[in-house]
Design a protein around this ligand. Structure first.
Ligand code: RIB
Ligand code: CA
Length: 310
């Protein structure tokens, strides 16, 4: 029986690869893709979500969600993802329709319509949609099986400020709601995703698939890599969001600890920091499986095999 998931996302080249990985994997049933403002504004993230579904030749429904964080002005990341959010290759405008229902209503209705504990939420961007759904319909919180998200950092620090990772920084109040919700959490922080770097050989392997998906993935990662190479001097692009989907498919690729993680929502200096009690120096209750390691070879083997199916 495939695992039912909802992907909440702000495509974003790495979101796009994560969506393709999920759509290529029969172990997963993607009930819907909910777009949120993040890397680029909502009109672009919802359009990019539809473009990726169309590229995969699937009919997964795509919904538009929140266009701004709960309490703050939207911060975007065109400097990383380009002005379209999917720079790297010119793809035709999608004909795959946008669903009329708001993403938050879709989240609420879908969780209410399915048996408790049967749906996993996979947030790949700021947590605004998820937090808004939890605030509007508290009854759905206990119905969520698990949340597996990309966000935060511990020893790796931040990527948008010295202390904060982008997804959490954009909407720290939303992240605080999710991290305090009591829903079982699996967190893929920068500590893991910065180890999931592409290699030149892998990117060229994607290109040599000779498929539209292979071409797109190679061009996206080429584009996406320039930011991290310039900033960290690393060879390769960190495929942040695909780590979430890879965990669902092969959890043994990852290692981590069940610890307490709380979100800084007050300090201007450390706003959006995930304060991860990795060494358990407090008596704060563990609320997240916080990942620290990944089998890079195994991760890219899985990606290559699955993306080659599309
Ligand atoms: O910090 C990395 C995260 O921010 C990824 O999800 C990327 O897509 C951006 O949303
Ligand atoms: Ca993302």
């Amino acid at each position: 029986m495939p695992r039912k998931i909802i992907i909440d996302t702000d495509p974003g080249q790495d979101d796009a690869v994560a969506i393709l990985l999920a759509l290529a994997s029969p172990e997963l049933e993607v009930l819907g893709i909910t777009a949120v403002a993040g890397n680029v504004p909502l009109p672009l993230t919802q359009k990019n979500g539809r473009t990726v579904v169309e590229l995969a030749r699937k009919d997964t429904p795509v919904y538009a969600g929140c266009e701004a964080p709960l309490k703050r002005k939207l911060v975007t990341a065109e400097h990383v993802h380009g002005k379209t959010g999917l720079d790297g290759i010119a793809l035709p405008d999608p004909t795959h329709p946008l669903q009329p229902e708001h993403a938050v209503d879709f989240l609420i209705d879908t969780l209410r319509a399915h048996a408790p504990g049967t749906i996993t939420l996979c947030p790949l961007g700021p947590l605004t949609n998820i937090a808004t759904a939890f605030q509007r319909a508290p009854d759905i919180v206990s119905r969520v099986a698990e949340i597996v998200l990309m966000g935060g950092g511990c020893f790796e620090g931040g990527n948008i400020t010295p202390a904060a990772e982008f997804n959490i920084y954009v909407d720290p109040e939303a992240a605080d709601i999710v991290f305090r919700s009591g829903v079982p959490l699996v967190v893929m922080p920068l500590d893991v995703t910065h180890k999931a770097l592409t290699s030149r050989a892998w990117v060229e392997g994607m290109r040599s698939l000779g498929t539209p998906v292979g071409q797109a993935v190679a061009s996206w990662t080429d584009f996406f890599e320039r930011f991290d190479t310039a900033k960290y001097g690393s060879e390769g692009a960190p495929l942040h969001d695909p780590c979430v989907i890879a965990y669902l498919l092969e959890p043994a690729l990852f290692t981590g600890r069940h610890i307490n993680v709380e979100i800084e929502t007050q300090s201007p200096l450390t706003l959006g920091m995930t304060v991860a009690d990795w060494w358990r120096v407090t008596d704060r209750a563990p609320n997240a499986l916080f990942m620290g390691g990944v089998d890079r070879e195994g991760f890219y083997r899985l990606l290559t095999e699955r993306l080659g199916r599309l």
